[in-house]
Design a binder for this molecule. Structure first.
Ligand SMILES: Cc1cc2nc3c(=O)[nH]c(=O)nc-3n(C[C@H](O)[C@H](O)[C@H](O)COP(=O)(O)OP(=O)(O)OC[C@H]3O[C@@H](n4cnc5c(N)ncnc54)[C@H](O)[C@@H]3O)c2cc1C
Length: 344
């Protein structure tokens, strides 16, 4: 384990924010986590866990130990007639694992192809796309529990998975996720409920085709962070009570919405942003993408302060028009390496 100092993280976060970490270490195996935590304690540093950097907002200077997860490995640990159980290192690239699972004829994750980031981050916000959330296919999550100072395994039902939410968000500084155990299907049960997919899947229905369609649709709609640095959807789709939604739809009858199981209604944040005039609009070097209003782009060397200015202006305009407070999706960090509430 080699701790480096004054490390530039610009190329390690997909929004390309310049962020210099006072201390940085890459960990390759679970036992390194203990050593890294001991170093942080000895040097009185907070700890910031970094994976693919595709869902976080970093300040220009971070006085903390940044622990970069690089634990590899894909092990088939069990199977029965219908399912296969696979344990995957936190440092595996998510999309590569999805492609590999499809090649192996392990099914379930195909709708989640091309989501950036690493496997260890997938349970944190319960990544989801095209009608599937990863929590549906997670059996357990292996962690180092910083509070109890021990390794443990958390069963899926104890992970509190919900829309872009999990136990790991509720207790942000407690767990280091070291690997994730998935239970995948041997027979494909394709989920085509999402509008675009149904239309696109006129061809032969196979898991491989579904995965390819998802990749195609995503490439046509979402900017590649290499060309337009971004963190994907910048805001969560707001979930309203039926009464609150009825009020909005009286004034805006075309509001795209998705009824939820408990009678709440999810509203498309991208549409709200578009209607508030922000699609393709920039404030300085930061703006909302011209093809997808939900994606905030760093067009040139923006800092976190620039990003904040833009997203707060978007929030303000959407609130003025619809009385809805948009909530940012990426995790915001302070200069001390701690997770902050947006708006602080
Ligand atoms: C172009 C684009 C498209 C996207 N599309 C989607 C999408 O369709 N659906 C979706 O849900 N998300 C999407 N995202 C968001 C993002 O890719 C996911 O949230 C992804 O899981 C983040 O992974 P990461 O490895 O980059 O995590 P990071 O950004 O490095 O970390 C995110 C948070 O998780 C914590 N964390 C990460 N790994 C661990 C670990 N091993 N242990 C403990 N804590 C950890 C970090 O500390 C941080 O707070 C998109 C992003 C981009 C740029």
């Amino acid at each position: 384990m080699h701790v480096q100092t004054q490390v530039q993280l610009k190329n390690l976060n997909t929004l390309n924010l310049s962020a210099i970490a006072s201390h940085y270490v890459k960990i390759n195996q679970p036992s390194d986590a203990i050593e890294a935590l001991a170093f942080a304690k000895k040097n009185d540093l907070n700890v910031l866990i970094l994976s693919g950097g595709s869902n976080l907002l970093l300040p220009e200077h971070i006085h903390a130990l940044v622990i970069h997860l690089n634990i590899q490995g894909i092990d088939r640990i069990d199977e029965d007639e219908n399912t296969v159980t696979v344990k995957v290192g936190a440092g595996q690239v998510w999309h590569d694992f999805v492609l590999y699972s499809t090649q192996q004829h392990w099914y379930g994750l195909q709708n989640l192809a091309l989501i950036p980031g690493l496997v260890g981050a997938s349970p944190v916000q319960n990544i989801g796309a095209y009608g599937v959330e990863v929590g549906e296919f997670i059996e357990s999550v292996q962690v180092y529990d910083r509070e109890l100072q021990q390794f443990s395994s958390i069963l899926s039902q104890d992970c509190n998975f919900a829309y872009r939410h999990s136990r790991f968000k509720e207790e942000p500084n407690r767990y280091i996720i070291l690997s994730v155990t998935f239970k995948l299907l041997k027979k494909a049960a394709l989920k085509l409920s999402y509008g675009d997919l149904q239309q696109a899947m006129a061809d032969e229905l196979t898991a491989e085709n579904l995965q390819n369609k998802v990749i195609q649709i995503r490439q046509s709609k979402l900017p590649n962070p290499k060309d337009f640095p971004n963190v994907g959807s910048f805001f969560k789709n707001p979930i309203l009570t039926q009464a609150a939604f009825d009020k909005i739809s009286q004034q805006f009858p075309n509001t795209p919405h998705y009824p939820q199981a408990n009678s709440d209604v999810k509203v498309a944040a991208g549409w709200l942003i578009d209607q508030a005039g922000w699609k393709g609009k920039q404030l300085g070097t930061v703006g909302m993408f011209h093809k997808q209003a939900l994606v905030l782009v760093n067009y040139a060397d923006a800092t976190l302060a620039d990003v904040k200015k833009t997203y707060q202006a978007v929030q303000f305009d959407v609130k003025q028009k619809f009385s809805i407070q948009l909530e940012p999706e990426p995790v915001l960090y302070s200069e001390q390496g701690l997770i902050q509430a947006h708006g602080d």
